[in-house]
Design a protein around this ligand. Structure first.
Ligand SMILES: O=C(O)CCC(=O)c1ccccc1C(=O)O
Ligand SMILES: [Mg+2]
Length: 378
């Protein structure tokens, strides 16, 4: 495969409802859409899940644009790529970190590769499921009653798992009240690193509610204290922020830092690394689910494809487009029926980017070609 052109677009979509976590409130979603075009004129698409501010992790939309423009795109334009696995295994190895930037460009090449094979992205990744189960992530609200109303609505829509964002002071009472109303629903909590081991009493109190898991209770860069905490809790810990690679997953499993892992393609540097973590976790009996980053339909399509692999046995965060956006940028949008999404069988990601809607939400765009300057840097 020869990539002759890459287009970066900065899009902004307004969220229908503000989304609050322990690290802040999002009112809208700015992201980079990546289009990689081959010499025979086929486009592959992906999005960077980096946010505008470095609150979830250290990457931002601007750091991603810089790394894509100055390092990653020149490499992709200069080299002939036989298989997308080569991108993380050979071409990006000397660039440290910047996982979300790497994943965005790698993902666009994966979509392009699948389209050239005439196969679905799920198919080329080794996906086996035709349908995937989905859950929903519910942000921090002004009251427990409004949280209960949302759970009621999502239950009616068939969602298979309910994740409540927690932070100190919005935790034990919330979970207790929700459990009293819904003693049986698959329920979990995500702290986004809002606690330390000093909060052991509060975290132990959460152990009484039969939660499926507690996601990332401790620091975003920790696997040591999580191992200590896991040894004191019966509720499984799920790591999100702390896992950036196959190596991180191997070490966390070895230490006993978690019993479940959430894979976000962007956080681990792409689909190739996601597959490797998948295989390792399968071998060690660690169940997986696919996390969400308030993606547009393009990112959702990638999440659906990776979730079709067999060890994604727990419902993920890839809910319907209509819960987030007045309109999404793909045709069709991502829809959920009875808590399930059908994995597309069309070539590539299987959701067509709508050029009309993409234009409508684009703030800025830039096209990159192979040039003398690019060749020198790559
Ligand atoms: O609905 C979604 O896309 C998942 C929302 C979510 O939980 C989330 C959103 C932004 C950043 C981090 C997280 C998280 O999983 O921790
Ligand atoms: Mg999380």
């Amino acid at each position: 495969m020869k990539i002759k052109q890459v287009i970066l677009r900065h899009l902004k979509l307004d969220l229908l409802e503000p989304f609050t976590t322990s690290f802040g409130t999002e009112y809208d979603r700015d992201f980079i859409l990546v289009e990689a075009i081959s010499d025979d004129g086929i486009s592959g698409w992906a999005e960077s899940v980096a946010m505008l501010d470095p609150l979830y992790n250290e990457e931002t939309l601007k750091t991603n644009w810089h790394i894509l423009e100055d390092y990653l795109i020149p490499i992709i334009l200069k080299n002939e790529i036989k298989h997308p696995d080569e991108i993380s295994e050979k071409y990006f190895t000397h660039i440290r970190g910047n996982y979300m930037a790497k994943a965005a460009l790698e993902g666009a090449v994966w979509d392009l590769y699948a389209k050239k094979q005439g196969a679905s992205l799920s198919n080329v990744l080794g996906g086996t499921k035709k349908k995937i189960e989905v859950g929903v992530s519910i942000g921090i609200k002004d009251s427990i009653d409004s949280t209960l109303d949302i759970i009621e609505a999502r239950l009616g829509e068939g969602y298979k798992r309910f994740k409540l964002k927690i932070k100190p002071g919005w935790d034990v009472e919330l979970i207790d009240k929700v459990r009293k109303v819904y003693p049986e629903i698959p329920l979990m909590a995500d702290a986004n690193s809002a606690y330390t081991l000093k909060d052991i009493d509060r975290l132990s109190a959460l152990d009484d509610f039969n939660l499926m898991m507690i996601e990332q209770p401790l620091a975003y860069n920790d696997i040591i204290d999580h191992a200590d905490l896991q040894s004191r809790l019966k509720t499984p810990i799920c790591l999100d922020e702390s896992i950036h690679s196959l190596e991180d997953a191997r070490k966390a499993i070895k230490l006993g830092s978690c019993k479940i892992i959430n894979i976000k393609i962007g956080r681990v540097g792409g689909l190739t690394e996601s597959k490797k973590i998948h295989d390792l976790c399968l071998e060690h009996g660690i169940p997986l689910w696919c996390g969400g980053m308030l993606e547009s339909g393009i990112g959702r399509a990638h999440n659906i494809a990776i979730t079709s692999l067999p060890n994604f046995t727990l419902p993920g965060d890839t809910a319907a487009s209509s819960l987030y956006w007045a309109e999404d940028i793909t045709d069709p949008e991502v829809t959920v029926e009875n808590g399930m999404i059908s994995v597309p069988e069309l070539p590539g990601i299987g959701y067509e980017p709508s050029m009309e809607k993409i234009k409508k939400y684009t703030i800025h765009s830039q096209t990159y070609h192979l040039s003398e300057n690019v060749a020198r840097n790559a």
